[in-house]
Design a protein around this ligand. Structure first.
Ligand SMILES: O=C(O)[C@H]1O[C@H](OP(=O)(O)OP(=O)(O)OC[C@H]2O[C@@H](n3ccc(=O)[nH]c3=O)[C@H](O)[C@@H]2O)[C@H](O)[C@@H](O)[C@@H]1O
Length: 434
């Protein structure tokens, strides 16, 4: 059979042409993808934005400067020589508990460096004022987010950190209804990021972190013991703290991180959080504004095991002091490590109307009370801590009752804000009040 060569070559040529076009198209697509990737990397590195959070909230790219390293190093230098001296990274250092714990560590002579993202969940001016206080005492606070892996790694590299006091969190029970994602960002993604960096650090630090009494949720066995059920959270906040306890277990189990969770019970006191009831009630009573007092089912008063900040600080310090070393190294576990959970409460719940009575006494002003049904947004009717584990293992003994604690809070409040809460007056030395 004769081959029609002209047609044959024509078909080959056209097939070749089609394949070449396809190749050209494929090459262009690859080039485009490469260009886009390179552009993305360049924008990330050159001070742009990197994806830091697991759920995708961006954090600014971090580049340590010489000056930054010097400040971190200086802040981390301990001022005592004992063998048990620590270098502690306090996350959430410009927060309520974070400020007090950082000051206490610094005063004792341990090395401390803080980290805080200064978010605007409540007035940032209060966080900045706490920062002033910390700086005055030689505590350097890095402005950054726990989701920023590069920043955390730099802190470990520069600071020679032995312990982490992890207090950064999205706090508040009822706000979770308004902004659920911020709880996942800080209390879950941020916690995992921190544990990831800690597990890879060499040596690994020991970690003490803030869980919450809210993990007991709808548990009605009183007082609450660490072994009680915690599988009925009433708010997303509580659910993220409970998830944190599970995540802590995992990192302890796989990587040998020494981890202690502290279940704080409604902590209050000077330099406290304006979103909490005792604080906002004080503001409103002084302004002559009505306050809402929630009641539970059947009109029953709500009650909390309100715990004074100084008692909580002692509990945190004892938890750090008794924390054993992590057993892993460079991401590998070499043996079982310590894993603990403690209630830190006051062990004597007080109802919300009685809290208001005490505030009225110290403020010398009557509250205008609206009694309203507790909204269905995450609250629980009561909390009550059994602290026997903390007593025996941490030598934790709360000593401040609500009357004394609120007297100290009101004294601080008036010195910080003045009587008219819209204009801030600075009366006397703030440090004397801490
Ligand atoms: O210990 C805890 O686990 C939690 O304690 C507090 O949460 P909460 O106990 O709800 O403290 P507040 O917001 O100060 O509320 C105290 C009580 O006052 C009541 N309340 C609050 C606000 C209000 O307007 N009226 C009112 O009656 C609440 O229902 C609650 O019974 C903190 O806000 C949480 O971050 C923390 O984790």
């Amino acid at each position: 059979m004769k081959i029609d060569r002209s047609n044959y070559f024509g078909r080959v040529a056209s097939r070749w042409h089609t394949t070449a076009s396809a190749r050209l198209l494929a090459c262009s697509a690859v080039l485009l993808i490469l260009t886009l990737f390179v552009m993305y990397r360049i924008s990330s590195i050159s001070g742009g934005i990197v994806e830091g959070g697991i759920i995708g909230r961006s954090v600014a790219a971090f580049k340590p400067t010489h000056e930054w390293e010097l400040k971190v190093r200086q802040s981390c230098v301990p001022k005592r020589l004992e063998e048990d001296v620590m270098v502690v990274l306090v996350t959430g250092a410009a927060g309520f508990v974070g400020t007090h714990v950082s000051l206490s560590l610094k005063k004792r002579g341990d090395g401390v460096v803080g980290l805080d993202n200064f978010n605007d969940y409540y007035e940032t001016s209060l966080k900045r004022a706490r920062l002033d206080l910390l700086e005055k005492h030689g505590v350097f606070v890095v402005e950054g987010d726990i989701n920023d892996e590069t920043l955390l790694m730099s802190l470990f590299e520069v600071g020679q950190i032995t312990h982490v006091m992890h207090l950064a969190a999205q706090a508040g029970v009822r706000y979770a209804v308004q902004n659920p994602r911020s709880y996942v960002h800080s209390n879950i993604a941020g916690l995992v990021n921190l544990f990831e960096v800690c597990k890879a650090a060499n040596p690994q630090p020991a970690i003490v972190w803030a869980s919450s009494s809210s993990v007991y949720g709808l548990n009605n066995k009183v007082p609450f013991s660490e072994s009680d059920r915690t599988d009925q959270p009433a708010s997303l906040y509580a659910a993220t703290k409970k998830a944190g306890e599970g995540i802590a277990h995992t990192y302890n189990h796989i990587y040998g991180l020494s981890i202690t969770g502290l279940r704080f019970f409604t902590v209050y006191g000077p330099w406290g959080r304006p979103d909490m009831a005792y604080f906002s009630f004080t503001q409103d009573i002084l302004r002559g504004k009505a306050i809402n007092i929630y009641t539970g089912s059947g009109g029953k008063d709500l009650a909390r095991d309100f715990t004074y900040i100084d008692d909580i600080v002692k509990g945190c310090m004892r938890a750090l002091d008794t924390a054993e070393k992590s057993t892993g190294s460079g991401g590998k576990k070499t043996g079982p490590a310590q894993l603990r959970v403690f209630n830190l409460g006051n062990t004597s719940p007080v109802t919300v109307p009685i809290l208001v009575d005490i505030l009225e006494k110290h403020l010398k002003q009557k509250a205008i009370r609206n009694i309203v049904k507790m909204p269905r947004n995450g609250d629980v009717p009561f909390t009550h801590a059994n602290t026997s584990s903390a007593q025996s293992q941490l030598n934790y003994h709360p000593t401040t009752n609500l009357d004394t604690g609120l007297r100290k809070f009101v004294k601080w409040y008036l010195s910080y804000y003045g009587v008219g809460t819209d204009h801030r007056l600075w009366l006397g030395d703030r440090e004397q009040i801490v």
